[in-house]
Design a protein around this ligand. Sequence first.
Ligand SMILES: C[S@@+](CC[C@H](N)C(=O)[O-])C[C@H]1O[C@@H](n2cnc3c(N)ncnc32)[C@H](O)[C@@H]1O
Length: 271
Amino acid sequence: MPIIGELTEFYRQEGIELCAGLAPIHVGGLPKAPFTWFFREGKSVTDNLGIAVQEVYFLEHVLAAYAPTRALIIGNSMGWSTLALGLLMPKGMVVAMDTAPDPAMREGLALTNRIATRHNLPVRAVQGTSPQDVANIVDAELGGLVDFAFIDGLHTNEQVVRDYIAVRAKATPDAVYLFHDVVLFGLRSGMSEIGKLAGRMPRLLLGTPSGMAILFDEQAHPALARAVAAFAPPETAIRIVRQAAWDWRHRHFARWRRSVKKRVNRMREFF
Ligand SMILES: C[S@@+](CC[C@H](N)C(=O)[O-])C[C@H]1O[C@@H](n2cnc3c(N)ncnc32)[C@H](O)[C@@H]1O
């Protein structure tokens, strides 16, 4: 079931306006434009943006094909992806952790819990840092092993591997791991490392704005594999689109060169 309207309304009721899903082309090519921005009284609340609308849509497909019971999120910020998962897992439990080093992120945790309580969602957002607090938080808040993890905390290759190792120690053998911002933050070497540890490579999802990656056993979850395939275009297709992008850029360059040449010729005529 689509959740984006309901999710947006949750924030409006709290006096927060959102800007979500902008294509970079609408705002001067800004790469982070598609993500979810939060505004209070006309001011952006944080740079820790929520996942993009297309990524919420992706979650809808994942959760339609796979029904986890215990989800852990590393990186809550304003609770956008946490509450999305809460809506998509009404019979499960979703726990989000965030270091919350500043007042805005501590308010983000409180806001997430307020919305969850008001709308009866199975969600808890707590202060804690990965990897050191993962095990305690899972034990205290989830009451069982994690079967879906969304890793969206500190975006470095070293940290994403630490996050994965910490969650894996508290996860079921067939758990599904979703990583945000893999392409946007250059986390491919972290994914390779995780691939070695897991014995299978995370699948890159270039059909999502941040370039997410997902790790799971395709044989154990065939329906999920079908859902995910729609967001992972084949390399042959991507190559053709990349070539089209190069041609497009080159055409602009050629046009610029023609115009400079024309101006130089005009100046020559003048002098
Ligand atoms: C991009 S934001 C998360 C956005 C959120 N998943 C959403 O879609 O709304 C990243 C968050 O991770 C938190 N964070 C960074 N490093 C962390 C760590 N090691 N453990 C827990 N949280 C962390 C930051 O405080 C920040 O709020």
